[in-house]
Design a protein around this ligand. Sequence first.
Ligand SMILES: [Zn+2]
Length: 602
Amino acid sequence: MRIRVLQSASLALIFLTASLGECSAAVIAKDGVAKTVIVVDPASSPTERFAAQQLAACLQQITGGSFEIQTNAKAPKNAIIVGPGIAASSCFSDVPFAELGGEEFVIRTAHNRILLAGGPPRGTLYAVSRFLQDECGVRWWTPWASRIPQRSSLRIGTLNVRAKPAFEYRNPYWRCAFDPEWSWHNLCNGDSSHLTAEQGGSIEYKYFVHSFYTLVPPQKYFPEHSEWFSLVNGRRTAENAQLCLSNPELRDFVVDRVKEALRESPEARIISVSQNDCLNACECTNCKAMDDAEGSHAGSLIAFVNYIAEKIAPEFPNVSVDTLAYQYTRKPPRTLNTRSNVIVRLCSIECNFREPLDSPSNSAFAADIRGWDAKANRLYAWDYVTDFAHYIQPFPDWFTLGPNLRFFQDHKVRGVFEEGAYESYGTEMAELRAWVLAQLLWNPRQDDRALIREFLDGYYGAAGRPLWRYLELMEEASKGYNLTIWTPTNAPFLHFKTLAQAESLWREAEKAVKGNDELLKRVQQGHLAVQYVWLEGWDPLRAEGVRSGNSWPFAVSREELGRQWLAVAHGVEEKPWTRVTIVSEGGITPDEFVAQMGQKKP
Ligand SMILES: [Zn+2]
């Protein structure tokens, strides 16, 4: 977590006074001229050199000055030192570099020098990113939109920061977050970010999830070894089923398969040994006895995964075995603890996402996370942040993102996968969630509502204000509704009155950015969400409007609105982010949606 010298706090003030001689301000640029050089150690890593280049380029964009990068074992008087090498022999020699974790860093000022340095592989790069964000005001909203403040004179006050992320694994799984540059800018490290080694690399999984039948393909092994597969209703089966986790022969077979897979992928640090995406746990006598004794199907699962993890540890001491606590295995075992090289990924799929995870409506999940907190050595969360039936309709979970990440942190969750609408650009509030989640995954103690407002104003410009009112409107309207990840378009909170107000706010938002083609495109794309619901529920909504004596908000026919909607959804070729390609996890395209919408009966 971020530790800062706060000048207003009395304790910090004492510390600051004591070290005032060492920590002092630094001038970076004056009147568009660089007043400092950037220095990297000759022995620095490719990532540290990359960090220095990125810093130079961004400072040039901010100030207009040209920043020289020196590769030198000594730092001149006015310098930004990037990386720990030379810093250790400079005025920053008291920094405990050897203690810094792989994503931890120090930012300090002393004698007109600035130190940006962290542990390998990503610490120094993160120091640069956080420095540019926190001290220079840079924001990287999306891969195609950022804010680079223009300041021809740039002076940095006294800094003494040591920080590291709240979660070791941070993956906001949205289409717009798969961009490597955006990912390192926003300090995400999942392998879907496609980070290069220069960009610090990522946490690599071997297989990602639901890997039982990847490890033991039934087409190859079921004929000879049906006893390795689930016994369901007295019959061995591999159809929508799992493995017989208590079978000793199968266990050793999986150990060999895991070792083989890891030898093929030496970069992997985590291997998934996890249940298939269905039910049908094995009901054989041995599996059942373990599950009964542990009060959960997680009993046979954790015994199995612990066994695999123990057997691979000598050859792969740096690899962890990841498994799911998902649906029928969500409840933690009564007595079993996981080994230190086992990761349990607890999945929130059944929850009500309108309410925080620790609210009464999610009490069963909250009880499970508390249980796993005590049982799992290393707990990750697999959380859900979109409507999978309708990626593009309003899904008012915005104000639970912060509380939920705080809840995870409180229960020793160390990694978070936030599954969003990963298949297409232009899904509902995708860009907002990706950025806000990335910021909160770094530090969930930030004011999440302030982050949301900041994004709206930054990304949508003058439309930010009505859009904030839109978010509040939907939050209020959905109060008391059980918002699942399969919420239909006719959910009670998507009724005429709320939609009419929402429509009006989006029109106000479009008006606010009229004349700015780029911002208008962003707002029009966001507007698709509300119009998606109008188009789908046209006739019943119209009847509801008439019943309540309200005027119908559209002058055009359903077909014409469908055509207009499609024109926005198709976007423009030269800007891939403007193109919506899929509107649900089922793979419905915008054209199919509009075609089917046209055929719907009243
Ligand atoms: Zn069994």
